[in-house]
Design a protein around this ligand. Structure first.
Ligand code: BG6
Length: 499
């Protein structure tokens, strides 16, 4: 099905202007995504990638840099050297200092040569530059009605700093030109959550407090912070993951059905969820949240350092690398249904799963089997080995009467669709060129998320307590188990249900 070209139409020519073009994000995510879409035939031959950075590369040197950085992807996706050369030919590079835009000639002239083309200004830079770059683009007369700007997180450290970034960008770009990236929304399985909910009659009648006991979301990473201490130590897991990716997942799980799958409708429904998150006062934070930090340990048999020993981390840093929270969405649909969220670095393995646990049957008609009956659960595996699993009670085959045991209906995407799933950036980048904001966050969503998260951060950071230490390679602090177990429930460890 995925090989049907009608699902991958060629996009009219556009110019991707990549600020921070020599940086990690560009080389690891943006350019590989463009290469893959190119190989799949979705980029028009005239589409260009105009990289800008403070470096002084000409096009030749830049192409060599990209060649070295993308070697692995190139070998994987390019069948011929012509394909690779065609991609390289799209690339140019200019030294651009956004604080002195007058010197930025080359890329500006290239853009002026095609005034009617869609322009995607991708800001793969520090957010502190978003306003400056936007102003520079305006000053150079480069912002046309068909221009879009893509912003990466972190969109602030709290509500006021987030507003300041948005205000600076809004002075140049209209809201319908601003694409706020949350790459989780571009993941195939995350979009499939919407297909599951809204293209099947089966689930929606049960998708509420009458039938759902609770929801769990686990986003576990086995990696540590790598070389990102300068960023991570100032942000931590709440700002890095909870405020954005996890809350976006809550939105998609909890939102009311939109009338149609378009940006305005989907964003409005997600915003309702964010505004319905039950606020947490300081006592709630202490009761309902667990903050952890990894210590030394072992992952896959290899010894790894603790967070405090990572290069660049402040001595005695209290930055949390793990957070678990019990959250309520105060709407009619979700009244009293807890959403248990957890995310952390250096956990046992990389796995992200959503578990929707339904309520138990009201009465068991097999008295001697009552203890065997477990409630149905729907598991959505976001990564790796993407799939959906529905756990049902069944009869164990055989003549010995009714003996119950859980078994699963299992939909693995790889086996079912026999095609590799595209990276989130591939989908989202092309959406910016097409002008489709459905999978991007609106300003009011980002601000509503900060409004909910800020009091949590204030209570946590104000408490001056150290985070609870957990050994790398485990599933986090034992207090995270206490958080859910005191409600008479337990975490479903990722992979447990997928075997
Ligand atoms: C990013 C965070 O937004 O998401 C990283 O800044 C994190 O800290 C990453 O590692 C996780 O993304 P994924 O797609 O690997 O789950």
């Amino acid at each position: 099905m995925q090989n049907d070209r009608s699902f991958r139409p060629r996009i009219p020519p556009f110019d991707l202007v990549l600020f921070g073009g020599t940086g990690d994000l560009s080389l690891r995510k943006v350019l590989p995504a463009m290469l893959r879409r190119d190989i799949d035939g979705q980029l028009d031959p005239a589409t260009r990638i105009l990289a800008c950075s403070l470096d002084h590369h000409d096009a030749v040197a830049y192409r060599a840099l990209v060649g070295a950085a993308l070697e692995g992807v190139r070998d994987e996706v390019c069948a011929t050297t012509e394909q690779w050369d065609r991609f390289l030919a799209r690339l140019s590079h200019d030294h651009v200092d956004a604080t002195a835009p007058d010197g930025a000639r080359g890329f500006a002239e290239a853009l002026h040569a095609h005034p009617d083309r869609v322009r995607v200004f991708y800001l793969a830079t520090s957010p502190s530059l978003y306003g400056t770059i936007s102003q520079a683009l305006a000053q150079l007369g480069l912002v046309t009605p068909d221009s879009r700007v893509v912003l990466e997180k972190p969109l602030g450290r709290d509500l006021p700093t987030s507003k300041a970034i948005h205000d600076a960008v809004a002075a140049v770009f209209h809201e319908d030109q601003v694409y706020r990236m949350d790459h989780y929304l571009g993941k195939e399985t995350v979009q499939n959550l919407m297909a599951l909910r809204f293209a099947n009659a089966l689930f929606e009648p049960m998708w509420n407090a009458t039938y759902v006991d609770h929801v769990q979301i686990t986003v576990a990473e086995s990696l540590g912070i790598g070389h990102r201490a300068a960023y991570y130590d100032r942000f931590g897991a709440v700002r890095d993951m909870l405020q954005n990716h996890l809350l976006q997942l809550v939105c998609l799980l909890a939102m009311e059905p939109p009338g149609v799958f378009d940006a305005a409708s989907v964003r409005a429904k997600k915003l309702e969820v964010l505004r319905a998150l039950r606020p947490k006062g300081p006592d709630d934070v202490l009761r309902d949240c667990v903050f952890g930090q990894y210590g030394p340990g072992a992952i896959g048999g290899d010894r790894v350092a603790g967070y405090l020993d990572e290069p660049g981390v402040a001595d005695e840093s209290h930055t949390e690398t793990f957070v678990a929270a019990r959250v309520f969405v105060d709407t009619w649909r979700w009244a009293g249904v807890p959403f248990y969220l957890r995310t952390g670095k250096r956990l046992e393995h990389r796995a992200s799963e959503i578990v929707v646990r339904f309520k138990a049957v009201p009465h068991v008609i097999f008295p001697d089997q009552a203890h065997q009956v477990v409630a149905n659960q729907l598991v959505l595996r976001l990564q790796p080995l993407e799939g959906i699993k529905l756990v049902l009670m069944t009869k164990t085959p055989g003549p010995g009467g009714i003996r119950l045991r859980p078994a699963a209906l299992n939909l693995g995407y790889a086996e079912t669709f026999k095609t590799p799933l595209p990276d989130a950036y591939e989908r989202l980048l092309l959406d910016t060129a097409k002008g489709n904001q459905t999978l991007f966050m609106g300003r009011d969503e980002v601000e509503a998320a900060w409004s909910w998260v800020d009091p949590i951060l204030q209570a946590w950071e104000g408490s001056d307590r150290p985070p609870i230490r957990y050994a790398a390679g485990t599933w986090g602090p034992s207090a995270a188990y206490g958080l859910i177990e005191r409600d008479g429930r337990s975490w479903v460890e990722p992979g447990e249900t997928f075997g």
